[in-house]
Design a protein around this ligand. Sequence first.
Ligand SMILES: NC(=O)c1ccc[n+]([C@@H]2O[C@H](COP(=O)([O-])OP(=O)(O)OC[C@H]3O[C@@H](n4cnc5c(N)ncnc54)[C@H](O)[C@@H]3O)[C@@H](O)[C@H]2O)c1
Length: 351
Amino acid sequence: MTKVRVDASRAYDIVIERGLLDRAGEYIRAATGAKKAVVVTDANVAALYLERVCASLRAVGLETETFTAQAGEGAKSLAVYGELLEFLSRGGLTRTDTLVALGGGVIGDLTGFAAATYQRGTGFVQLPTTLLADVDSSVGGKTAVNLPTGKNQVGCFYQPHLVLCDPDALGTLPDEQYRCGCAEVIKYGVLGNEAFFEELKTPVSEQVEHVIETCVKMKRELVMRDEFDRGARQLLNLGHSFGHAVEACSDFTILHGQAVAVGMAMIARAAAKRGFCTQETASRIVSLLQRYKLPTETDFTAAELFAAVGADKKRTGATMHLVVPEEIGKCRIVPVPFSDVRGWLQDGGAR
Ligand SMILES: NC(=O)c1ccc[n+]([C@@H]2O[C@H](COP(=O)([O-])OP(=O)(O)OC[C@H]3O[C@@H](n4cnc5c(N)ncnc54)[C@H](O)[C@@H]3O)[C@@H](O)[C@H]2O)c1
């Protein structure tokens, strides 16, 4: 068992251990002191793990209810958020009770936002079941739902009371989703840890506990330095500015992790062309992504991507902050005039 302590505006533990879903109740009761828990999940995860988690909660005397949303990004909507709040209210959940997010990043973001806002804040525990949620979305307290006009447009920072990662849950994750999580894992290697980047030549699936621990420790450092995402935490956007554009151009048919992989490859190529890193550094990034069968090219044109980038919320006024690799394990935030972004996209390989 590994425990990683995060000292943010709320201090909490991330526990990593195989079989943890069956012991969730003990940990949740100790961390929240709740009398009642509402487990929020999606239809896919419910069929696999919901009963086990509920049994463990009931075994420690917690009154337990469940709310199952549709699977997929559609659950991060104002409509589902509203249904969830009404469900909590009708069931008489109080501020001293807790919500438990059992699922991937979609369920974590939705549940976190409900926990932050229902009665101005209830208990909140994350039980991530995707690799992306293990290494990224369950840590750091970003919560959100989407608007028809854009992703994550409504949300807030609300740190969880506890995060329980059970690597065994990844055993049922579809291969494509697993690889998407690997894109985020590779991002951590490029951002801050060359030795870890090299270790990723051994498949993530053969060292998953070590991978989760390394990534959450790196995320913890950035969250503790910059909880509210005004500076260093923005490094976590490596590959995301162009990745979001690829996602948006595809009408979200390309998965987030695949789009981030393309975005990382593009920024690496552009960085090499513009002298921020060597060609060798860019090639190492692209070939590690390809090793995990992740896409590194896009058919969208620079003009199409540029239009999508313009609509991305990360553009602040006339300047865009791109996260640019300098070496493996070292990136920096480069302010780029918006008018130059199209050139960066072309240097990244877009026609
Ligand atoms: N809050 C943050 O800091 C943060 C960071 C990164 C991403 N995100 C958000 O995370 C979301 C993406 O998360 P995701 O990639 O985990 O997607 P997801 O939650 O949609 O899960 C992906 C798919 O896998 C299924 N699934 C989940 N766990 C499973 C398991 N163990 N076995 C079988 N199937 C399983 C789900 O039902 C779903 O169909 C996006 O909305 C993104 O905005 C948030």
